[in-house]
Design a protein around this ligand. Structure first.
Ligand code: ADP
Length: 337
C-alpha cells in the first residue's frame, strides 16, 4: 500500500466525504470559526473572505471547501497548483468565475511565482491584469472580476510566500485527529459502506490510521474487502489485524518507509542529527515526501525529533524499532514452534 495510502483517491474520497457539517468529525476550533465567518457573510450578503487551509494530506481540507460551498450555495471550482502551468491558465480560470463562486486551489504552495502574482490583484482588488501581445508590442489589459472567494490548501505553510499568505482573510490549521475522532469516522463510514465493525477492530484500525481520516477510510475499505472474501458480515479484530499485517503496517500505523527512515538515521548517521538532503539520498525517498508525509507523523509519535542541526531518532524511536523487531522475531518463533 505504501504511499498510496495517502494519495487522494477521488472515488473513495468522494464516496466517504461528509455531506453535512455534523458529519465532519473533530477540528472543532476551525469548524466554529468558519461557521461564524459564513453566517456573518450570509447576513451581510457579502462573499466570504479568502481562506487558507493548511495541514497534512488527508486531514479534510478539500472536504471543508465542499461543505462551505454547500452552506453558501456557491459553485465550487477545483484546481491545484501543479495543474496551473501558465499565467494564462489561471487568468482563464479567474475570467470565467461568476459572482459568489469559490475557487479552490489545492497545493497552492506549488504555484510558480510569476503565476502567483496574477493572484495578488485578483484577490486584493478583484482585478485581473492581463499582458497581451508579444515582446515588442505588449499591452496590459485590466479586467474586473466578480466578487469571489479563493480557498487555498497547502501541506507546506513554510513554502507559501508571505505576499500570498497575507492576502487571505483567515488561515485555518488542520491538526492530526484524536483517536476518538478517528474511531467515530470509522464507525460512521462502516455504516455508509454497509458493514458492521466491532469495537476492538475499530480501536485497532483507528490506532493504525496515522491520526488521518483518509488513511482510516483506506484501512476500512481494505478490511471490508477481506471480510467479504472471508464471508464475514463484520470487520472483527482478526480481520483488522490481518489487514495491518498484509500491508506491513504496525500497531501505530508505521509502515516500511517510516521504519526505513528511523533505521537509516540510526545505522548510517549514528542516530542523527542528519539533514534532509542526506536523509532523502540515503533512504531513496523524495525530500518532499519525507517532509510532508512521514516526518510529521513520526514527530507526532515522538519517535523523531527535528533540531536546528537536523533530524534525530529519539529514545522512544529506538525503543519502538526494537519492539517491532522483537515482535516480528517472536512471531517467527511462534510459527516455528
Ligand atoms: P485533504 O484535502 O486535506 O487532503 P480530504 O478533504 O480530501 O483531505 O479528506 C480525505 C478523506 O478523509 C475524504 O474522504 C474525507 O471524507 C475524509 N475526511 C477528512 N476529514 C474528515 C472529517 N473531519 N470527518 C470525516 N471524514 C473526513
Amino acid at each position: 500500500m505504501s504511499k498510496n495510502i495517502f494519495k487522494p483517491d477521488p472515488m473513495l474520497d468522494n464516496a466517504l466525504r461528509p455531506k453535512r457539517w455534523e458529519d465532519f468529525v473533530g477540528q472543532e476550533k476551525a469548524k466554529t470559526n468558519l461557521r461564524i465567518m459564513l453566517e456573518a457573510a450570509k447576513k451581510r450578503e457579502e462573499v466570504v473572505d479568502h481562506l487558507l487551509f493548511y495541514g497534512g494530506a488527508g486531514l479534510g481540507k478539500t472536504t471543508l471547501a465542499y461543505l462551505i460551498a454547500q452552506e453558501i450555495h456557491a459553485n465550487l471550482k477545483i484546481t491545484s497548483g501543479p495543474a496551473i502551468e501558465k499565467a494564462a491558465d489561471l487568468a482563464s480560470l479567474l475570467a470565467n468565475l461568476e459572482e459568489g463562486d469559490i475557487l479552490f486551489i489545492d497545493e497552492i504552495h506549488r504555484l510558480n511565482k510569476m503565476i502567483e502574482e496574477v493572484l495578488y490583484s485578483a484577490m486584493e482588488s478583484r482585478m485581473l491584469n492581463l499582458v497581451l501581445g508579444k515582446r515588442s508590442s505588449t499591452r496590459t489589459v485590466q479586467l474586473d472580476l466578480p466578487p469571489f472567494t479563493l480557498i487555498g490548501a497547502t501541506t507546506r505553510m513554510g513554502l507559501l510566500s508571505s505576499p500570498l499568505r497575507s492576502r487571505f482573510g483567515a488561515i485555518f490549521k488542520l491538526d492530526f485527529y484524536e483517536l476518538e475522532d478517528i474511531k467515530k469516522i470509522l464507525k460512521n463510514n462502516a455504516k455508509v459502506l454497509g458493514i458492521k465493525i466491532s469495537d476492538e477492530a475499530t480501536e485497532i484500525l483507528a490506532k493504525a490510521s496515522r491520526a488521518t481520516p483518509r488513511v482510516a477510510n483506506r484501512l476500512l475499505k481494505r478490511s471490508r474487502d477481506l471480510a467479504t472474501i472471508e464471508g464475514k458480515d463484520e470487520i472483527d479484530a482478526a480481520i483488522s489485524r490481518k489487514i495491518l499485517e498484509l500491508f506491513d503496517i504496525d500497531e501505530w500505523g508505521l509502515e516500511a518507509t517510516d521504519r526505513k527512515i528511523l533505521e537509516v538515521i540510526i545505522d548510517r548517521f549514528n542516530g542523527g542529527p542528519v539533514g534532509i538532503k542526506a536523509l532523502a539520498a540515503a533512504t531513496n525517498e523524495e525530500e518532499d515526501t519525507i517532509e510532508e508525509i512521514y516526518e510529521p507523523y513520526l514527530m507526532r509519535l515522538g519517535l523523531l525529533e527535528r533540531t536546528t542541526r537536523g533530524r534525530m531518532v529519539s529514545d522512544a524511536g529506538y525503543k519502538h524499532l526494537n519492539l517491532y523487531h522483537l515482535g516480528k522475531k517472536g512471531e517467527q518463533k511462534r510459527l516455528i514452534e
